[in-house]
Design a protein around this ligand. Sequence first.
Ligand code: ADP
Ligand code: ASP
Ligand code: MG
Length: 405
Amino acid sequence: MALIVHKYGGTSVGTTERIQLVADRIVETKKQGHQIVVVVSAMSGETNRLLSLAKKITESPSPRELDVLLSTGEQVTIALLTMALEKKGCDAVSYTGGQVQIKTDSVHNKARINNIEVTRVQKELQEGKVVVVAGFQGVDENGNITTLGRGGSDTTAVAMATALNANECRIYTDVDGVYTADPSVVENAQRLSCLTYEEMLEMASLGSKVLQTRAVEFARKYNINLRVLSSFKEGSGTLITNEEENMEAALISGIAHNSDEAKLTVIGVPDKPGIASLILSPIAEANIEVDMIVQNVGLNNSTDFTFTVHRNDYEKAMSILKETAKIIDAADVMGDNKIVKISVVGVGMRSHAGVARTIFKALADEKINIQMISTSEIKVSVVVDEKHLESGVRILHMAFGLGKE
Ligand code: ADP
Ligand code: ASP
Ligand code: MG
């Protein structure tokens, strides 16, 4: 008998009909003699709906109350799915994150899981019940409800699998695996049958929302085999696992994109030591994460300094930067929140030169202007105008021959 964790995302539980289909799949797996823990997201669109309700009351809701609000989405789904299972004669019980004792730190809206108390869940499993757990939420040491950041139910699933020492963690979603690019952007993207943690981590952190980055980090740390599958059709999906010796490293595993960033530039900054720190410290103090940073070579003792932040933090970063500009005597501050970051990811890049050249040529041929570039051993990212999102992703996908014939 195996212990399997299933996770169903928003679209998979988007209607009561779909919840019944999920229940059928669980009953089927249970019949094979397995113990099952199910982690579910809120019904599709629900988290966004709750967010917009909060925004109608205030532009800046307190992070604690936002978590109280957002966690209700998942609570609806666990109850409905458990009812559906019971109706089908399958013994089941639902738990919120707080009830399972998914203990997190106190960073509201993007909390990290520290510990999970599994005794209660194990007891229910031994009694033959399916345990249905609310994704995306936990509780801090003072009993406050926390949430794990957008897409956080993936992380709940992997954390449950780790805590329970499960044999498998299956992430059921609206695509039948991880593709060489977002299949909603690139029609002829191909499903990857297998991917290493490292490749998936890079894809996720560069914007491939099919898995939350933290879920992949967790899986890598605790060696949990993750499989991404469709909840609508049969198939073997994509296995995310350790690199095996006989697994030939692909040059490029895929193209990721991120439309959640915005760019800020301080112009005419005095080119002297300490400037980067003067510009970025107040940004960090405001809890704003900075992604790409570019500083040009100075001319006439003056230079430009550009960086990107999450689009939600754009206005806040801009107002901080305007204050800093006065202090450091910079000429001007500029910003653009209509940009997109496109990244080419591949572990095989380590041993191959010329990837960057192919990218620049492909974009130039398409007359797409590159605004920023950043590289690491296994990825090259470029920032371009958001109007080039689809053409940029497609052209790079084609340039590396990733499409289906
Ligand atoms: P869920 O609600 O099940 O968690 P998400 O919307 O969070 O689903 O993630 C699935 C979506 O991720 C897909 O519909 C797809 O548009 C998007 N996606 C982005 N990049 C990729 C990729 N490389 N492979 C597969 N899906 C991707
Ligand atoms: N419901 C949350 C979200 O929409 C968590 C998740 O679906 O994973 O981000
Ligand atoms: Mg998701």
